[in-house]
Write a protein that binds this ligand. Structure first.
Ligand SMILES: [Zn+2]
Length: 437
């Protein structure tokens, strides 16, 4: 034993370090050259509903052909495949997948924020709120639809829209933006307590349902429910044709508003869902789906801009499952692929035209439902490299909870030069090198 107790302690700490700290996956260059890794102050989780590899690479190829560039979400330095099956089905629905991504546990199809026995699960958004961060939920569909609901609601039925709306108000989250609240005044609901918008106002929310209202919301302490439509936001393929002044509010607008409402010194957690993409894929409408991905990618662009100015930002992008059984080739076209032909379709409306065009473009659809194809998870920014371990959708919540929960705020992870940077070893267990069960 060394005679110098301090030296001994330091040596022991160095020897113990590999067990105390997470094993390091090889870092992509962009991450490896960064300064000491700390837990992120600002966290974005982007979920493309129905977005798996074919959807992402259909859009990638389209952009390459038409704009000589690729998708932002596909260029992120950390990438991995993530499995999506639910507790009771190889093919998941959005409720079970949303719950897995939000809470880190498998549940049955149709269940929101509860396990297969109906036991309440805690979401990463709830953990973030408890740890003092501001929380925002943004979606292009209705605010009480399955994916956003998984972050604040607890119900064994995704169809219980009114009850899920009550949970939305009870969550106390700081910002909700996107579509409206479904069944907001369902007086036949068992737990009917009144119009949800009125109840939200009583709970201290500013409720805006118009463009005018959207514009006058200013950053402050008030909680906000900001909507661009009674139902889902309109498809981007239809809005794109209109002059800018006549367009409805978009996913991009709500992402921007969420940031301006939530930026504060304790940091934030923002979940942004591209929800209509799933509907376009259910309808096997390739051009509509493509435009939803482009819009979703632009919303990620807003977060990337924010990250440029705030390097302590983590951006994670995933899908909840694949929809439509999309393939990037078909029997008739064999080796010929012309995805740029999707440019010819100017509206979401004509199903027959959409089908014919997808066929000519060299695309194929195998189902009107979801499939069990794994999704692609990509990440960029502070602590992004941990998401190389997101092999299953439950891993995303498990990782996020540790990075943004109370322990995450104290943790300092893996300095670039161990000898020169002080290490704070967390009192709770460190992030495991793999969280796959
Ligand atoms: Zn779906």
């Amino acid at each position: 034993m060394s005679k110098n107790p301090l030296r001994f302690a330091l040596l022991s700490l160095l020897l113990l370090m590999p067990t105390l700290l997470p094993a390091q996956p090889p870092l992509p260059t962009a991450v490896a050259t960064a300064a000491p890794v700390v837990c992120p102050k600002y966290v974005f989780l982007f979920i493309g509903d129905g977005m798996s590899i074919p959807q992402r690479y259909m859009a990638e190829e389209y952009l390459k052909k038409t704009e000589q560039r690729g998708l932002r979400i596909n260029a992120m330095p950390v990438q991995t495949l993530t499995t999506t099956s639910s507790a009771n089905s190889f093919i998941t629905d959005s409720a079970a997948a949303g719950t897995a991504i939000a809470c880190g546990e498998k549940t049955n199809n149709g269940f929101i924020g509860v396990d297969p026995d109906g036991k309440r699960l805690e979401s990463v958004a709830e953990v973030a709120k408890k740890s003092g961060r501001k929380v925002g939920i943004v979606t292009s569909v209705t605010l009480n639809h399955a994916t956003p609901a998984a972050f604040y609601a607890h119900n064994a039925s995704r169809g219980a829209a009114y009850d899920i709306g009550l949970d939305l108000i009870e969550s106390g989250f700081d910002y909700f933006g996107g579509g409206g609240i479904e069944e907001a005044n369902d007086d036949k609901a068992e737990n009917y307590k009144g119009n949800l918008y009125e109840l939200a106002k009583e709970k201290g929310y500013i409720v805006s349902q118009t463009q005018e209202g959207f514009r006058i919301i200013s950053p402050g302490n008030k909680k906000v429910i900001s909507m661009g439509s009674e139902g889902a936001l309109p498809y981007w393929i239809d809005e794109k044709q209109k002059p800018e002044a006549e367009r409805a509010l978009r996913l991009v607008d709500f992402t921007r508003q969420a940031i301006s409402q939530l930026d504060n010194e304790n940091g934030f957690f923002i979940m942004v869902e591209g929800g209509s993409l799933d509907w376009a894929c259910h309808a096997n409408n390739a051009a509509s789906a493509l435009h939803e991905i482009l819009e979703f990618d632009e919303a990620v662009g807003v977060a990337l801009k924010f990250q440029e100015k705030n390097p302590d930002t983590l951006i994670v992008v995933t899908g909840d499952h694949e929809t439509g059984g999309l393939t990037l080739g078909n029997r008739e076209r064999a080796y010929s692929s012309n995805i740029e032909l999707l440019e010819q379709q100017k509206t979401s409306k004509d199903a027959k035209e959409a089908k014919e065009l997808a066929q000519k473009a060299g695309l194929g659809w195998t189902t009107g439902a979801h499939t069990a194809l794994p999704v692609l998870t990509t990440a960029q920014g502070t602590a992004a490299f941990y998401f190389a371990d997101a092999k299953d959708n439950t891993d995303i919540a498990k990782l996020l909870k540790q990075l943004i929960g109370p322990a995450g705020r104290l943790m300092r992870l893996v300095p670039a030069k161990p000898s020169s940077v002080p290490i704070t070893v967390p009192s709770t267990s460190p992030i495991p090198s793999s969280t796959t069960p």
